[in-house]
Write a protein that binds this ligand. Structure first.
Ligand code: ZN
Length: 193
């Protein structure tokens, strides 16, 4: 029997960031993304089995998002195939949540924080598991917003990736050192769900 003083039970939410056609196969394709697909699939399947909520946080840009258009060119434009989740990870409409976003962070103007408060019968999630692309960009900015909302952060080290090994490793280190993220393998995360 758990004692009152015991650390509060983790109530996880899985975030799958930008596993979209344009990021994996299209305009901003990332060859390194292939290795994370099976790991995210396993994690999402385990989450479904255990009733852990899964949020697909997907870029869905408008042409007026000039801050990103200038830097990256048009990508994941609203209404295009490029903005859809890759077939291998297609969200299950019955249980998964899709959160469209227009900036790096999955929290930026999206209502994700409110959505996270609604899960677990309104008790809310108190921890996020970050997966998807890219370790040093959207994953890292999402981690910042989770950090300032006092959510525990777990990053799936084999479930996130970036354009280069350096970008990936430095992104992981940054989230660990600056946001206190726990960096774990997908298999370890699955065991703790
Ligand atoms: Zn974008």
């Amino acid at each position: 029997m758990a004692r009152q003083s015991r650390k509060e039970q983790a109530r996880y939410a899985i975030l799958v960031v930008d596993m979209l056609n344009d990021f994996v196969y299209g305009k901003l394709k990332c060859a390194r993304a292939a290795r994370v697909i099976p790991n995210i699939r396993r994690l999402v399947a385990a989450a479904h089995e255990k009733g852990v909520p899964v949020f697909f946080c997907n870029d869905e840009h408008l042409p007026i998002d000039t801050y990103e258009m200038k830097l990256w060119g048009p990508h994941a434009m609203k209404g295009t195939k490029g903005a859809q989740t890759i077939e291998e990870l297609r969200p299950d409409d019955r249980v998964d949540y899709v959160i469209p976003k227009r900036a790096y962070s999955a929290f930026d103007g999206t209502g994700l924080d409110r959505a996270l408060k609604g899960v677990y019968g309104g008790k809310g999630a108190n921890a996020v598991v970050i997966t998807g692309l890219h370790t040093n960009i959207c994953d890292r900015h999402t981690a910042y917003d989770a950090f300032v909302r006092n959510l525990d952060i777990v990053v799936a080290e084999d479930g996130v990736d970036a354009f280069t090994e350096h970008d990936h490793v430095s992104g992981l280190e940054y989230m660990k050192n600056v946001y206190g993220a726990k960096v774990k393998t997908t298999s370890n995360i699955i065991r703790s769900l």
